[in-house]
Design a protein around this ligand. Structure first.
Ligand code: FAD
Length: 570
């Protein structure tokens, strides 16, 4: 029925192609070397490759393992930025929201947001109405729905756990949620399909110079331990919160004001919201309560952060701040630190700006700095604006370097060519058309079928193709885990997952949003991945142990919190 065998996909992306990619990096001189496999670096690689430039990309860990899997998982205009008067930024983000919805309609999902209004709130009903009207207008032809106003009774009906005392009503508007890690992965795979060469687990350790000009970089293959040199006409530093570390290698001063943002995850049963709710923090920032499968997450914080981004963790003060906000608006839930099952912390690579008193005042705009010659650093921006930001960077590089190297480039096309898996007109129609066959012919539970389409888009056929070889691969990894065995094979064979954690945390969201982090599914996932990656029993055991350790680290951070601990104001 699906007509797909197990032959390798075009632009195949797995351990099997990694050695060849490294070999190409050693042999060729590329037009562009991109450092960083987050959303910024992968979007740049895709744009440049689509314009006909030869592109190499190096990522020190897994794709999206930095900030790009640690966002609030929203593709949005950013209602709160309107308050700060950042109209151009909001307009651009709303436009890009529409573009991303077309490029990856399986990963970007329009959902309803509820914004309750309280007598004691910072913003009057009138002010919010004006703000939302502007938000609708700025979206122009990309508007999803017009916002609506709800009475207090209706608001309480939609979210019965909301504090009724002082509630004046609510507004409802539509914005989008996104699977941030899979969006980054789809962007990386799309770059590869357009001709880019990418290698993960390959940290850049030094920059190469040709007199004054930066002309490449040395990297370490973290799998073999070997070091190599890749040469390029232009090097782009898209290392997110690590941008300044690479700038230091180039002898350039820092350009970032990094800030930390954390989220906490609780079981959905403890905070059973029916949709995303906007709530105020006690310092009047805008927070979000977001349902995610069997869990609900709450975020985010915004605090200055100056140490190694890899060490960013949720501490008791962060968690207390988020819990206080939830308990103030959903008093019956009485959430305590014991309810938190997972957390994540990310570091925003914001561009330092004079006169921004608090981290939340720092602009989310991006900036490009050139120096030394041949070395471009890019920072700031948002997941939502990754495509336009990448286009801006590639335009700039072509403008500055195109003549020198005699480049004949094509016009940008990233806004019209779908990402891998995203060639879908309307996700709703696509889903409705396929669900019956997935349930009846393949015997999938409706939830599983829906999740497959949401995660993989048109690539779901390639996941199911594994089950043509062995129908047992249609079974879940464990009784409590919704993810299919075929997905573990697909991740290793076609999505460049090289560790068990790559699969549990970024190819799927088991680590964050499964109540027990998919721990009981880990040995089976390791067995299947190991059959592709050549893991013997010792390595499989090591992978499971390392995953357990990561989960333990994520949850142990909460152990320093006790309900009696004083919660300091921020
Ligand atoms: P990263 O994702 O960190 O990528 C940089 C990569 O460079 C990393 O993977 C790193 O491993 C790699 N690297 C570093 N050093 C080296 C080296 N030496 N060699 C090779 N590779 C290297 N935006 C939105 O649009 N919507 C949201 O809802 C949203 N919420 C957010 C919430 C939080 C808490 C945070 C922190 C950010 C949020 N953002 C959001 C912003 C968005 O997530 C970031 O702007 C974006 O992910 C940054 O991507 P990046 O590629 O620049 O950085």
């Amino acid at each position: 029925m699906f007509g797909v065998g197990r032959k390798k996909a075009e632009g195949s992306f797995s351990i099997h192609t990694r050695a060849a990619a490294i070999e190409r990096m050693r042999r060729e001189v590329f037009d562009l070397l991109v450092i960083g496999g987050g959303i910024t670096g992968t979007a740049i690689a895709r744009d440049a490759a689509m314009r006909g430039l030869s592109v190499a990309l190096l990522e020190k860990g897994d794709f999206a393992a930095g900030t790009s899997s640690r966002s609030s998982k929203m593709v949005h205009g950013g209602l709160r930025y309107l308050k700060g008067g950042h109209v151009r930024l909001v307009r651009e983000a709303l436009h890009e929201r529409g573009v991303l919805l077309r490029l990856a309609p399986h990963l970007v999902q329009p959902v309803s947001f509820l914004f309750p209004v309280y007598e004691t709130g910072d913003d009057s009903r009138l002010k919010l109405r004006l703000g939302l009207t502007a938000y609708d207008m700025l979206a122009g032809s990309e508007r999803l729905t017009r916002h609506t106003s709800l009475s207090r009774e209706k608001a309480a009906e939609v979210e019965p756990l909301l504090r009724f005392d002082g509630l004046q009503g609510a507004f409802r508007f539509t914005d989008c949620l996104v699977n941030d890690a899979r969006l980054t992965l789809a962007t990386a795979r799309s770059a590869v399909r357009s001709g880019a060469v990418t290698v993960n687990y390959a940290p850049v350790i030094a920059l190469e110079r040709d007199s004054e000009r930066v002309s490449g970089a040395s990297f370490r293959d973290a799998i073999s331990g070997k070091e190599h040199l890749v040469r390029a006409r232009v090097v782009v530093n898209a290392a997110g919160p690590w941008v300044d570390g690479l700038r230091a290698l180039a002898g350039e001063p820092p350009m970032l004001r990094p800030t930390k943002g954390v989220h906490i995850v609780v079981p959905r049963a403890r905070l059973p919201v029916s949709g995303t709710v906007v709530i105020p923090s006690d310092d009047r920032r805008m927070l979000f309560v977001v349902p995610a499968g069997e869990c609900t997450y709450v975020g985010t914080t915004d605090t200055d952060y100056r140490i190694d981004p890899a060490l960013a963790r949720t501490d008791s003060e962060d968690a207390g701040y988020l819990l206080r906000a939830v308990n103030a608006l959903f008093p019956e839930t009485r959430l305590s630190p014991e309810d938190i099952v997972a957390t994540w912390a990310g570091v925003r690579p914001l561009v330092a700006e004079e006169g921004a008193p608090t981290p939340s005042d720092v602009s989310r705009d991006y900036d490009i700095d050139i120096g030394p010659p041949g070395f471009y650093s890019i920072a700031g921006g948002k997941l939502t604006t990754c495509r336009s930001m990448a286009q801006g960077l590639v335009d700039r590089v072509i403008e500055e370097e195109g003549r020198r190297f005699g480049w004949q480039t094509k016009p940008p096309r990233t806004s019209v060519v779908p990402l891998v898996g995203g060639n879908i007109d309307s996700f709703e129609r696509y889903r409705r058309g396929l669900m019956p066959a997935l349930e009846e012919s393949w015997g999938l539970q409706p939830r599983t079928a829906y999740r497959l389409l949401r995660s993989y888009g048109t690539e779901y056929v390639r996941v199911l193709a594994y089950a043509l070889r062995d129908p047992a691969l249609l079974r879940p990894l464990s009784p409590s885990c919704p993810v299919l065995r075929a997905e573990a094979l697909y991740a290793a064979e076609e999505e460049m997952a090289l560790t068990l954690e790559d699969f549990m945390a970024r190819r799927t969201d088991l680590m964050l949003f499964h109540p027990t982090h998919g721990l009981d599914a880990a040995p089976e996932a390791a067995r299947l991945m190991g059959s592709v990656l050549g893991w013997g029993w010792r390595e499989r055991r090591r992978q499971v142990a390392r995953y357990r350790e990561s989960v333990a680290q994520m949850t142990a951070l909460l152990n320093d919190m006790s309900p009696s601990q004083p919660k300091t104001a921020r």
